[in-house]
Design a protein around this ligand. Structure first.
Ligand SMILES: CC(C)(COP(=O)(O)OP(=O)(O)OC[C@H]1O[C@@H](n2cnc3c(N)ncnc32)[C@H](O)[C@@H]1OP(=O)(O)O)[C@@H](O)C(=O)NCCC(=O)NCCS
Length: 185
């Protein structure tokens, strides 16, 4: 399947970020400004210490995209870059994948992430590329779980003590939400 580089929504658009210094700088500065907001939930934030780390990440995304394993989009409000949404762990055999996301704290609470998730699932379900999408989050991450619920994902269960969270120095309980193409409107 040829992946669309741009998905247009009513207020936002999603755009694959090519591996360039300009994009790496844009991404790094946004992550750096949002460390306190993102760190409790996203482990890679601690590993993002300089622009080169973001550039390496963009190159890794490019390589994963070519292998059909992962597709990550920048989220833009007009020309302003405000966060990311990605589809990863793509299995061609099972037609399944997971969605991950984050938004700059200045832009939360406006329904932009709900719009981003809907754009991604419309594209991947309606192109018959995927059969199942899942969203996993820390049980304590009420905002992330609320996005999944607001988008109509069903809570399948909670994986107890599923992974170590270095930020809270504790094992986290992980909620698993899913949507099948048959649940899709
Ligand atoms: C998770 C995150 C993307 C949510 O962003 P957001 O801007 O609040 O999302 P939206 O505005 O699209 O909200 C979607 C829904 O969630 C609800 N919601 C958002 N935060 C909530 C909270 N803390 N408690 C209850 N509901 C909440 C909204 O009311 C909305 O529901 P509605 O459509 O029924 O009104 C954002 O908080 C974030 O980037 N957090 C840090 C990174 C992160 O946790 N990423 C996910 C890792 S699993």
């Amino acid at each position: 399947m040829k992946i669309k580089k741009k998905l247009r929504g009513k207020r936002i658009h999603l755009q694959i970020m090519d591996a360039s210094i300009e994009n790496a700088e844009k991404k790094f500065l946004e992550v750096d400004r949002n460390r306190a907001h993102l760190q409790p939930w996203l482990e890679w934030v601690d590993e993002t210490k300089r622009i080169e780390d973001s550039l390496r990440h963009l190159f890794a995304c490019e390589s994963e995209r070519k292998k059909g394993k992962k597709i990550e989009y920048g989220i833009y409000l007009k020309k302003k870059y405000i966060g990311n949404i990605g589809v990863f762990d793509i299995s061609k055999k099972h037609k399944s994948a997971e969605i991950g996301y984050w938004l700059s704290k200045d832009f939360i609470g406006n329904g932009y992430m709900k719009e981003a998730v809907e754009l991604v699932e419309n594209y991947f379900f309606e192109s018959s590329f995927l059969h199942r999408l899942q969203i996993k989050c820390d049980e304590k991450n009420l905002a992330s779980a609320a996005v999944a619920r607001a988008c109509g994902y069903q809570l399948e269960g909670i994986l107890r003590g599923e992974s170590w969270n270095p930020y809270s120095q504790s094992f986290r309980n992980t909620c698993v939400f899913s949507k099948l193409v048959s649940d899709h409107k």
